[in-house]
Ligand binder design. Structure first.
Ligand code: UFG
Length: 326
């Protein structure tokens, strides 16, 4: 197939592009290269563009000639930044999606995989979250993802669009060391940053109603997340999915912040003694996917465990930070 990947030079997009190439698909990437890096995907043509600009519609329409399906990653993804600059997040994430959908309509491309987020659920209750759980995002970022899904529902009601919205849980790890996450926005890279500075990792709150008092999340290896996109692409391209269908992409297993820091200690060989700080505003105690729909309808499930996630992240950090240790 010929696949257009928006945001294909990013951390997750780069992994998907690599897996598409490995199975013989023809790939073209559109990326503004603000947080993405074309060095991740050296053999792939990259059209440099901001999807939220009006000029993106004719550019994308041309780029979509002969394309069978689209994977849409291009978006801003910082929860804290979205609180500070909400209008810009709507322009970037919602405006970019609108332009992409206009171009797909003009080019008569009808199959799409959308990068959504567990952030669409907002505050969560219970052991694991099925897709039928109420959606009530607590940040502008989460709302832009939910609006993206709702746009797909409405467009699919008006013309023959087949879409899968993949709601990612906590993504970490690296499929190969050079493809690792270089942003310091999440627990694993934030722990690495502390180690680089010679400081102790920080736990944001140890008084949650969880077994060890620290927050529990569903950590998924980025290579597993990437393979979910290929399974979803096959389903939208073949017509197995009609309309817009949301899928949780997680493992169904929860790990606490303390367990993650212990796994990082084991992978790095370092003796890590975390410092407990105040709770971070907006953190839910437990966020774990019920991934059964993706298993039954896409034939996909995660294969990597926590150790694979943390060891691959550590190997990548050593390569990309240029400061091997231990
Ligand atoms: N944490 C620490 N110390 C740190 C960094 C994080 O204790 O130095 C804790 C957080 O408090 C949280 C857990 O580690 O309990 C995971 O935090 P992350 O920031 O890695 O991830 P979140 O679960 O907060 O956020 C993720 C995605 C977001 C998405 C959100 C809601 O990164 O994009 O889930 O689904 F919006």
């Amino acid at each position: 197939m010929r696949i257009l990947v928006t945001g294909g030079a990013g951390y997750i997009g780069g992994h998907v592009v690599l897996q598409l190439q490995q199975r013989g698909d023809d790939v073209v990437v559109v990326d503004d290269l603000v947080t993405g890096d074309s060095a991740r995907i050296p053999d792939v043509p990259v059209l440099r563009a901001d999807l939220s600009e009006p000029s993106a519609v004719p550019m994308l329409t041309d780029a979509l000639a002969g394309v069978d399906a689209v994977v849409h990653f291009a978006a801003r993804k910082r929860v804290d930044e979205s609180v500070l600059r909400p209008a810009w997040y709507y322009q970037q994430n919602v405006g970019g999606m609108a332009n992409l959908l206009l171009a797909m309509e003009a080019a008569r491309v009808s199959a799409l995989v959308f990068s959504s987020s567990a952030a669409v659920y907002g505050s969560t209750e219970g052991d694991s979250i099925p897709e039928s759980s109420p959606t009530s995002p607590i940040s502008p970022y989460g709302r832009t993802k939910l609006i993206g899904e709702q746009m797909l529902d409405e467009v699919a009601a008006s013309r023959p669009l087949r879409a899968a919205s993949l709601r990612y849980f906590n993504v970490a790890g690296a499929g190969s060391p050079r493809l690792g996450d270089t942003a310091v926005l999440n627990l694993v890279p934030m722990v690495f940053e502390k180690l680089d500075a010679g400081e102790e990792p920080v736990i944001f709150g140890a008084d949650y109603p969880t077994p060890d008092g620290t927050c529990v999340r569903d950590y998924i290896h980025v290579a597993d997340l990437a393979s979910a996109h290929l399974a979803a692409l096959d389903a939208v391209a073949s017509g197995a999915i009609s309309g817009n269908r949301p899928f949780n992409i997680g493992t169904g297993r929860g790990s606490s912040v303390r367990e993650m820091i212990s796994a990082i200690a084991a992978a790095s060989g370092l003796d890590l003694v975390p410092r407990v700080a105040e709770r971070r505003p907006g953190d839910a105690a437990i966020v774990v996917a019920d991934p059964s729909r993706a298993r039954s309808e896409l034939g996909w499930e995660a294969r990597h465990d926590l150790r694979d996630i943390v060891e691959s992240a550590w190997a990548s950090h050593q390569l990309l930070s240029g400061s091997p240790r231990g």
